[in-house]
Unconditional design. Structure first.
Length: 285
């Protein structure tokens, strides 16, 4: 976000030695009182004026509830504030979904967080959890996105899915839907499908990168979800391809790269993040 010209105030929901994709990690998890204290400091200095709030990985229900309180307060000050929420709860492996945060976070996301969010970026499994509906086809995915719109957010992007891609098995489908109310009160929905080449590795942090870039590119292209998603997904591809190439070199011929070798090559991809060459096109549905 800073590379793309945003002034960012960061609150770490966790302070860990490394991400949790490694065998071991040490550190602290911020609780809701500590989050509240940090926010109070910003408020006392009257610097709690924001255009965007972006949230990702959280493990604690009271922390998440505090986020909702803060977002609501910030929206009272600035009715144009956009809250981008990546509802990080779990994912699918070999077709089976499982949660990697405590299960009691789901009702908080569903009943409190999503209704105050403007943009949400769930993966397929998270979209299914939030709506209580399974997705087997693209039509069902669009219906689930409509259900998510009805809960509050104007923009819904299902960042990855196990749907069959028209381009074939080597591609991953993401779907986007932007609903806006026109001046005469009618609602208009723009929907897109993005197919990007699969990269054969498990990366950690791709969801965070996706949500941050989607925030930036929807800011720069507010009424064009197609272009915003093309830039976001193309930049992701550049980062992932650079990462896997470098990881394979480090691991050596025939060896599987480890967590350290698969750390996203963010710094090395600065130019691609700032000005991504569009290598993935979106289809308007």
């Amino acid at each position: 976000l800073q590379v793309l010209g945003f002034e960012v105030d960061t609150v770490n929901s966790v302070q860990f030695s490394n991400h949790t994709g490694y065998a071991h990690w040490k550190g602290q998890v911020l609780n809701s009182d500590e989050l509240h204290e940090l926010y109070e400091g910003l408020k006392l200095n009257m610097v709690n004026r924001y255009d965007y709030v972006l949230t990702g990985y959280t493990r604690d229900t009271s922390f998440l509830a505090m986020v909702v309180d803060i977002v609501q307060e910030l929206k009272q000050q600035n009715s144009n504030l956009v809250y981008v929420c990546d509802p990080v709860m779990g994912d699918k492996w070999n077709g089976e979904g499982s949660m990697y945060v405590p299960k009691d976070l789901l009702p908080v996301y569903r009943d409190k967080v999503v209704p105050v969010a403007d943009i949400i970026t769930p993966n397929q499994f998270e979209a299914e959890l939030l709506t209580g509906r399974k997705i087997h086809t693209e039509k069902e995915a669009l219906e689930v996105m409509d259900m998510l719109h009805a809960m509050g957010p104007e923009t819904v992007v299902i960042t990855s899915s196990d749907l069959q891609a028209p381009l074939g098995n080597d591609y991953l489908i993401a779907l986007g839907s932007h609903r806006k109310t026109k001046a005469d009160g009618t609602k208009m929905t723009q929907r897109i499908r993005v197919e990007s080449p699969k990269v054969d590795a498990v990366f950690v942090g791709t969801g965070d990168l996706f949500a941050a870039m989607l925030l930036a590119w929807t800011h720069k292209h507010p009424n064009n979800l197609k272009v915003a998603c093309e830039k976001t997904v193309s930049a992701m591809q550049h980062v992932l391809q650079r990462t896997i190439k470098s990881a394979k070199v480090q691991a050596g011929e025939g060896n599987k790269p480890n967590s350290a070798q698969l750390e996203l090559r963010m710094v090395q991809s600065k130019k691609d993040i700032e000005n991504p060459e569009i290598i993935v096109k979106a289809t308007v549905l």
